[in-house]
Design a protein around this ligand. Sequence first.
Ligand SMILES: Nc1ncnc2c1ncn2[C@@H]1O[C@H](COP(=O)(O)OP(=O)(O)OP(=O)(O)O)[C@@H](O)[C@H]1O
Ligand SMILES: [Mg+2]
Length: 310
Amino acid sequence: MALLEVKDLKVYYPIRGGILGRIVGHVKAVDGVNFTVEERQTVGLIGESGSGKSTIGKAILGLVPLAGGTIHFNGEDITRYIGKNRSAYRKSVQMIFQDVHSSLNAKKRVLDVIAEPIRNFENLTKGEERKRIDELLAIVGLSSDDAAKYPHEFSGGQRQRIGVARAIALKPKLIVADEPVSALDLSIQAQVLNYMKDVQEELGLSYLFISHDLGVVKHMCEYLTIMHNSRFVEVGQREDIYNDPVHIYTRRLITAIPSTDIDLKEENEAKRNALSDEYNREYDNYYKEGGKVYDLRPHGDSKTHFVAMP
Ligand SMILES: Nc1ncnc2c1ncn2[C@@H]1O[C@H](COP(=O)(O)OP(=O)(O)OP(=O)(O)O)[C@@H](O)[C@H]1O
Ligand SMILES: [Mg+2]
């Protein structure tokens, strides 16, 4: 049984118009996606800006209303309960937010930032709470003294580790990590990702890891979903996606990964340009009218690799 099973998820944002602010239409931000996350697994959710990635994360956390679909957690249909505060589900699923700067309250000390979820869900004495905070700080490589400081006294990488400590404070089963390292320098990215991996081992966590960059997630994710225009264009095991990408959109994302080999720079540039031409020329073969993505179907006789093709 999967830890999380999402079926035919839809999220439509209302568009308001006129002086009365009446609803005049909808943005179909997520329009029918299916996926599962197994225990201890990291699933990548990859796609360009505006494709609907954060909306999927928010939907799982119950932060936006669903226009359709169901969510099962540990086999139980929790679709109607996800928005409810203080439920067991809301304790088991946490989010690391995309924007490090605004997601940590600048006026609160690190102690209070990390303790907030604990105070919402558990009744610890001050002493017990302090002990828990120190353990959490140690897990993400910060010291006990850091608890008294404010978020602005830390580097970007350290701040993101505070976000990780806060997300794991309630020993969740699943963390939705929304672009957790995108705002960081390359060297710091690796450091934060390593902390996230260590924490995963230690707590037996699953991640839904959101990124626009297939390069970043390569070593994190066992399973990948590639999102475009509010739907999945391709899903598969890491090897399926990196070694045998099929959809033109996935192939473009792969060629966009910067090469570390200087000698290949020109060759890669040429590949990127050729694919870009192919994308423009062949678009109608890969998308329905209006850019709508086809339903996923198995690639050849693969049991793991699916592509949205006619
Ligand atoms: N609160 C909202 N109200 C109306 N439209 C929204 C809202 N939030 C997001 N959208 C729209 O929904 C679509 C998907 O947005 P979403 O934030 O999920 O994209 P994303 O893939 O996370 O992008 P990014 O990589 O830039 O973070 C976009 O077209 C966006 O403009
Ligand atoms: Mg986003």
